[in-house]
Unconditional design. Sequence first.
Length: 271
Amino acid sequence: MKIKAILSDVDGTLLDYDMGVYDKNIPELAKQVMDKGIQFSLATGKAYFGEIARIICELNLSPLHIVNGGGMIINWKTGATPWYRPISEESKKKVVDFIYSTGHVFSVETKDNAYMVDKTRNSAYTKDIKIEKFSPDSIPTGVLKILIQGSANMLNENEIDSYVKYLKDTCKDIEVHKFSVKKYYGLDVTSEASTKHTAVLEYGKILGIHPSEMVAIGDGYNDYPLFTACGYKIAMGNAPQELREIADKVVPDTEHNGMTIALRHILSLSE
């Protein structure tokens, strides 16, 4: 099998959910992958700043990465953003007003910052990220993603599903994807032009790589668009059934070295 790129989710895939660290074998395996001429990129719902920038630098990964749930592709070595699709101003206002009315903890993300109405109730960002404050009457421009946090709100799947339906019915130019963190649920809102699927296709155009030559690795509902864009799919053992059903291979979860097993499998496929 000809493999030219790996696109990996982060939380629950590359990083362990509880500890927020990657397996000790990952640095060497990542190097082996890239030494074979395979691009190793992240495709994450998270923003580039903070933890994601640190991981990319530590592992010295390939230049291009998909962040903000597909809202942006960034070249971490040059700072260029060849793909940048913020939410429309009209939909941004509608989504923020709705979530604010629920009283839930949420944030909006731009290229460079995260913003919250209440900065004290936060579980989505590492301590090294500076969070700015905003109000529904003064929303930042260039919002790439709006996030209802999972564990901070303790929302169940039925509640999140109702929010997904309401937002999709209210705004016709957005994508809404739920995710789970342990037993709680949250959701990401991006422009309809900026999902992991559309960003992967653009990533392929930029690098001259066909989707059939890409491997997706993920564990969550919001990785479904990533899987549908790539030729080979590896699901973590804790992934929802919908993701495992379309996977070409299922590996253990991060607590049982799933990413290490996935990368060794990819290396064997590319021999």
